[in-house]
Design a protein around this ligand. Structure first.
Ligand SMILES: Nc1ncnc2c1ncn2[C@@H]1O[C@H](COP(=O)(O)OP(=O)(O)OP(=O)(O)O)[C@@H](O)[C@H]1O
Length: 287
C-alpha cells in the first residue's frame, strides 16, 4: 500500500512537470513507404522513457526525427518549446552505428564534443584531461589513443556514450546503446545512466529490445505495434520506485508479473499484425 501511494505521488509529480518533447501527429515515410502514421508522444523533463517494439517498426526513425536529423512529412516535434523543423535541438545522441569520427582517436572524438560544449572557455590541456575522465567513466581509460577502426563494437559503443555525455546536453537520445556490450559492462553502464538521469537531471529516450533492461531503467515504457492502420503505441508506467535495487527487483514476484504484462502487450501487437496479414493473404488468394 505504502509503495502504491509513493508511486502515485511520483507519477503526480511527473504530470506537473513540463514536457521536454512533444511529438504531435507525426507522419513519416521513406521514399513513399509509410513508417510512422499519426504518432503522438510526450516526454516529461527528467523522464527516463524507453521505446520498445518489433524490428523495423520505426523506433530509430522516431529518434532521428526528435534529433532533427529527419523531418516529418506531417505533424511537428517540439523540443524545449521549439519546433525541430526550425532548429535541430541540442541533444546528445548514441545511435547504433556508433557515430564516431573514424579519423580521430577516442580521446580526440571526446575533445571535439567538449570544444562544442565549452566554446573556447577551456584550454587544450583542460579539454584533454576532461576527455580522459569521460573515457574512464565508460571504462575506456586504457584505450584513449585508439581509433574507432582499432576498437571492438562494444568499445566503440562506450566511446560514443562518453561523447554524448561530454556534449553535456540535458537531453540524451540513445538507440540500443548497450546492445553490443558484455553483461558486466552493460550492468555498469545501466547504473551509470540511471545515476546521470537522477543527478544531472537529464531527460533520456532510450531504445531497447530487452524487457529486463527496459523495466530496470524506465519511468515509462512506450511500446510500438504495427497494425493495418499504421504504427500505434501503448504507454505503460513502470510500477517500481526509484532508486531500484536490481537484485531485489529482478527476484520479486511483482517484477515477473509486470514483465509478463509488457511481453503480452508486445506479443498481442505481433499476433494482431500476423492475423491481419493472414486475412489479407486469404482475401488475395480468393479462398
Ligand atoms: N534511410 C532509409 N531509407 C529507406 N528506408 C529506411 C531507412 N532507414 C530505415 N528505413 C526503413 O524504415 C523502417 C523503420 O526502420 P527503423 O530503423 O526506424 O526501425 P526500428 O524499429 O528502429 O528497427 P530495429 O529495432 O531493427 O532497430 C524499416 O522498414 C527500415 O527498413
Amino acid at each position: 500500500m505504502a509503495q502504491a501511494i509513493e508511486l502515485q505521488k511520483q507519477r503526480l509529480q511527473f504530470e506537473m512537470v513540463k514536457n521536454k518533447i512533444e511529438a504531435k501527429s507525426i507522419h513519416f515515410s521513406y521514399q513513399g513507404v509509410e513508417i510512422l502514421k499519426n504518432i503522438e508522444l510526450d516526454v516529461k523533463e527528467e523522464e527516463f522513457l524507453v521505446l520498445m517494439g518489433p524490428s523495423g517498426c520505426g523506433k530509430s526513425t522516431l529518434l532521428r526525427l526528435i534529433a532533427g536529423l529527419e523531418q516529418p512529412q506531417k505533424g511537428d516535434i517540439i523540443v524545449n518549446g521549439v519546433s525541430s523543423t526550425q532548429k535541430a535541438p541540442d541533444c546528445g545522441v548514441v545511435f547504433q552505428d556508433y557515430s564516431l569520427f573514424p579519423w580521430l582517436s577516442a580521446k580526440e572524438n571526446i575533445v571535439l564534443a567538449l570544444k562544442q560544449k565549452f566554446k573556447g572557455k577551456k584550454t587544450k590541456k583542460e579539454l584533454q584531461h576532461l576527455a580522459g575522465e569521460y573515457l574512464e567513466l565508460v571504462q575506456l581509460g586504457l584505450s584513449i589513443k585508439k581509433y574507432p577502426g582499432q576498437m571492438s563494437g562494444g568499445m566503440k559503443q562506450r566511446a560514443a556514450i562518453a561523447r554524448a555525455l561530454a556534449f553535456g546536453s540535458d537531453l540524451m537520445l540513445m538507440d540500443e546503446p548497450f546492445g553490443a556490450l558484455d553483461p558486466l559492462t552493460r550492468i555498469y553502464l545501466q547504473d551509470l545512466l540511471l545515476e546521470i538521469n537522477r543527478d544531472q537531471k537529464k531527460t533520456i529516450v532510450f531504445v531497447t529490445h530487452d524487457a529486463d533492461e527496459a523495466i530496470y531503467l524506465a519511468d515509462r515504457i512506450v511500446m510500438f505495434s504495427v497494425g493495418s492502420a499504421g504504427t500505434y503505441t501503448t504507454s505503460v508506467d513502470v510500477p517500481f520506485k526509484k532508486p531500484r535495487n536490481r537484485k531485489k527487483m529482478l527476484a520479486s514476484r511483482e517484477f515477473t508479473r509486470f514483465r509478463e504484462h509488457i511481453l503480452n502487450i508486445m506479443n498481442q501487437g505481433l499476433i494482431d499484425n500476423l492475423e491481419e496479414q493472414h486475412e489479407v493473404g486469404l482475401d488475395g488468394e480468393g479462398i
